[in-house]
Write a protein that binds this ligand. Structure first.
Ligand SMILES: NC(=O)c1ccc[n+]([C@@H]2O[C@H](COP(=O)([O-])OP(=O)(O)OC[C@H]3O[C@@H](n4cnc5c(N)ncnc54)[C@H](O)[C@@H]3O)[C@@H](O)[C@H]2O)c1
Length: 337
């Protein structure tokens, strides 16, 4: 494909800053339109980034007039389905924010539509592009830790009531959890098979819905993933990337989520134990965080290949949230589907 990729950014709130920062130095893609129900939000971003493009308050009108190649969907979670469906129907690919969808039914329809149109529908999972996550994945992939049987990730962070999070019934599961679920799938190279989830809202929580919970997942590689989340504490906090322990037959890796690289203790055949900093994979280009995710989406788009962030792969992560919610409601172990 020749020429610069024309991008329409829909939703100019908090997360648009990360996308605009990552896009500002690229010469292969350009923002040619901004859309927000709240025009003032779009005006602000236009000015901050000296963008030379029209602003629209109405998405349907914008799609008709601006004719982008790609819609960047940074609207609130509940608007993603409608925005993506309309973009695909208009012949535009979509690079969207997480979560991919709000229900299994939405996910099924979106994937069918993406398949039918042959257009790209990618979902941002920026944590896949963290050195710590890449190094853990490499430790699993290379066999350095041996066969993995236990992964534990925990997140203890302050409440984030922006972006409509306090309208969610299960903010712990419906907002941040998909990042850690996706990281776990990426690290293990495995999918979740079943989940038992206990969800609750602790005393003193600022959330209306359940801001805390614990999940136990059985994974397709035979390992067990536990996730403990407290989304409203201002003491002894972890990174928003979670803190991680990955246990295999030959050793254990720990990553606090703050440092770049995890450490591991690995047993040798003679029984001795050595402590090492886990190396990064040699085949990783090192472009991290949002620039890494956006680079992967744009490169795949140009090359006409499926990206690492395709909706077809991403569904396995968002499905973990749907099944965890079902388990929390029924109190039963539930298949992840
Ligand atoms: N990848 C990450 O690390 C990360 C971090 C934070 C948020 N997010 C995700 O990014 C998305 C946006 O979050 P945010 O914090 O920027 O929210 P926000 O509320 O700050 O901004 C959302 C913007 O979208 C606009 N909007 C909503 N519906 C629209 C529509 N139909 N047409 C046009 N504009 C519309 C709103 O007016 C608002 O300005 C969410 O899906 C959230 O889960 C991802």
């Amino acid at each position: 494909m020749d020429g610069t990729i024309r991008l329409m950014m829909v939703g100019c709130g908090g997360i648009s800053y990360e996308w605009l920062e990552a896009l500002k130095d690229r010469d292969d893609a350009v923002i040619t339109s901004l859309v927000d129900l709240n025009r003032a939000a779009a005006e602000k971003r236009k000015e901050e980034y000296s963008l030379d493009c029209p602003i629209y308050g109405d998405y349907d009108e914008a799609l008709k007039l601006a004719k982008p190649d790609v819609v960047i969907d940074l609207a609130n979670a509940w608007a993603h389905f409608d925005i993506t469906m309309k973009a695909l129907a208009a012949g535009c690919s979509v690079f969207g924010e997480k979560p991919m969808c709000m229900s299994r039914e939405e996910g099924r329809i979106l994937m069918e539509e993406a398949k039918k149109t042959g257009l790209a529908f990618n979902v941002m999972q920026n944590r896949r592009f963290l050195p710590g996550v890449r190094a853990l994945r490499e430790a699993v992939r290379s066999g350095a830790l041996g066969r993995i049987w236990n992964v534990c990730c925990e997140i203890y962070v302050n409440a984030d009531l922006t972006g409509g999070r306090n309208t969610l019934e299960y903010p712990m599961l419906q907002d941040q959890a998909v990042h850690s679920f996706d990281s776990a799938r990426f690290i293990l190279g495995a999918d979740a098979v079943s989940v038992y989830c206990h969800s609750y809202n602790p005393v003193g929580s600022h959330y209306n819905g359940d801001g805390s919970g614990a999940c136990i997942f059985e994974m397709s590689d035979g390992s067990v993933l536990t996730y403990n989340a407290v989304m409203d504490t201002n003491v002894m906090k972890t990174a928003w990337h979670s803190q991680w322990r990955v246990i295999g037959e030959n050793g254990t890796a720990l990553w606090n989520g703050f440092d770049d690289l995890p450490t591991a203790e690995i047993r040798s055949d003679d029984g001795s134990v050595s402590r090492i900093e886990l190396p990064l994979p040699k085949d990783w280009d090192g472009i991290s965080w949002f620039p890494g995710g956006i680079n992967e989406m744009l490169t795949a788009y140009r090359e006409g290949r499926e990206s690492e962030l395709t909706c077809f792969g991403n569904y396995g992560s968002v499905a973990m949230t749907f099944s965890a919610i079902e388990s929390a409601k029924t109190g039963r172990k539930t298949a992840v589907k």
